[in-house]
Design a protein. Structure first.
Length: 276
């Protein structure tokens, strides 16, 4: 076996991990070139270098605002998980419960959350609770639906086999139904994490005296597009960190799932090559 064959697996993984970074740098380079070449004014589209300077220079204002918005996003998301998962279990466990309550939940979900945000502001005020509730409302439904699908997708044969071996309903749920539903649950949570970011910002746009939404509104009214893009960058970073945390938790809890199978196969494949 040659040296190239022994390092092809790890080397390929390193290259693949660097591809997003290379693509992002290339995108920023094209953006910078286009703005300079076509003399685009900063109040229309700033250069990435200008935004980078603002990220550091205005960190004293942007970082506290980002922490406020991050708190709204995380709390709204957690509330969606805490309510959505048990409700999905209840709906998936009983056809009567699903037929009774699911149409009501669906009707509430169809109502545009942008229309509900002003009502929540009147009821709950301009504090964090309103933004938390909007984030919850936007992120709740994907968690509910994906968890229900996962719980209903368990093979009937596995359930019957567990019951024939004397397993109780609770033991069957935690040993078979819940593990089988985890991939769907994490899929729903990943979608919900992005929607929680949208919900928090929508709530702050409707009415807020703190947070990145408030920063964006003030910067927009002043035609300060550099600050707008800096605020969007901080907001994007918050969303990416939440998504990455969920992805890491998913790899920890369900490494056996098909989405991680390629990594496992490459890990097994490398020692097999070395033994040849």
């Amino acid at each position: 076996m040659t040296r190239r064959e022994s390092t092809r697996g790890p080397g390929l993984r390193v290259v693949r991990s660097l591809l997003p970074f290379v693509a992002f740098v290339a995108f920023l380079a094209v953006w910078e070139w286009a703005v300079v070449t076509f003399s685009v004014r900063a109040f229309i589209l700033p250069r990435p270098s200008q935004v980078a300077v603002a990220l550091v220079a205005e960190a004293g204002q942007l970082l506290p605002a980002a922490l406020v918005t991050a708190q709204e996003i995380v709390l709204g998301f957690i509330l969606a998980v805490v309510i959505g998962v048990p409700l999905a279990v209840a709906l998936a466990s009983s056809r009567w419960v699903e037929d009774t309550f699911f149409p009501l939940i669906l009707s509430a979900q169809i109502v545009p959350k942008v229309a509900l945000a002003p009502i929540l502001t009147v009821w709950l005020g301009l504090g964090m609770t309103t933004k938390l509730m909007v984030a919850f409302l936007l992120s709740f439904f994907p968690i509910l639906i994906d968890t229900m699908i996962g719980l209903k997708s368990v093979e009937t044969g596995k359930i019957l086999l567990a019951r024939s071996m004397g397993a109780s309903a609770i033991r069957t749920f935690f040993k078979i139904r819940l593990p089988s539903a985890l991939p769907n649950l994490f899929g729903g949570m990943k979608i919900a994490s992005t929607l929680a970011v949208v919900g928090a910002i929508v709530g702050e746009f409707i009415g807020a005296n703190a947070g990145l939404g408030n920063v964006l509104l003030i910067a927009q009214s002043n035609f300060d597009m550099v600050m707008v893009f800096a605020g969007i960058t901080y907001l994007t970073a918050v969303g990416i960190m939440l998504f990455a945390a969920l992805a890491a938790l998913e790899r920890l809890l369900i490494p056996w799932h098909v989405s991680h199978r390629q990594l496992l196969e490459s890990t097994i494949e490398t020692p097999a090559r070395q033994s040849r």
